[in-house]
Ligand binder design. Sequence first.
Ligand code: BV8
Length: 247
Amino acid sequence: MNTFAPSSQKIVILTGAGISKESGLDTFRCADGIWARVRLEDVATPEAFCRNPALVHQFYNARRGALTDPAIVPNAAHLALARLEREWPDDVLIVTQNIDDLHERAGSRNLIHMHGELKKVRCQRCGALLDWFEDLTTGDACPSCRGEGQLRPHVVWFGEMPLEIERIYAALEQCGMFLSIGTSGNVYPAAGFVRHVRSFTDAHAVELNLEPTAGASLFAETIYGPATVSVPSFVDRLLADAGCVRG
Ligand code: BV8
């Protein structure tokens, strides 16, 4: 059933690694994904960082370095969501699980990186949050407190609290439309957002993914195919139905 939220409704959009795939960044759980090459227990938990910080730095340095590749740019799906934020007459909030910077480079502003950001590091000693674009090593000193070996990627690992979770739940409870784009729905609490929306609102929930996920039946509408095809056409349809002519 294709009932769209009236244009006075707020939209919350959850994105995952699938939206960045066609920009050249790996997903996690596809056959050629990150977790097929490295164990998450070795690189994406606080215990892993305590055990072998150099290995964790190497893992995130490689992914941060990939973002400096001029070939890695926002794709049509990122650009369509930025357009939706500009032209939709009410709030559009993107909650991304991704730690790349492609949404902001596409022009999105109302954006929460619930799992952190590759281009930021945090000092475990003084709490300083710093922009960081090159490799991080155990030898780097915190520019703020000078503590050595105290800097870590500003990334939410398994077992750690996602960022801005209260603000996210508040937005989910006030939305008229919830879009889930390019995520397998394997990681919580993000995977539970659609259930939260359904229990608090009568919002129209839409899954846009390459293929059906385990949670597909929780969505009122499902659209499958590459994000660079499905997302721009969905945004065009949404704006046209709301009478938002191209700005
Ligand atoms: C927490 C680090 C307490 C950053 C990541 C129940 C409730 C609460 C917690 C749990 C729970 N059950 C288990 C847990 C614990 C755990 C968890 O979920 N474990 C899983 C394995 C079962 N969760 C946690 O520890 C979280 N913390 O719970 O704190 C709490 C409790 C309640 C409320 C608040 C707090 C912390 C989770 C964060 C972990 N960090 N990574 C990094 O290195 O990037 S998770 C990792 O998975 C990434 O962040 C990634 O973003 C995330 C999700 O993956 P996806 O983005 O979905 O990527 P995936 O490859 O899986 O799927 C891609 C999809 O794209 C596919 O479906 C594919 O078909 C599609 N696709 C591919 N190509 C395209 C495409 N779609 C469109 N177009 C294409 N071209």
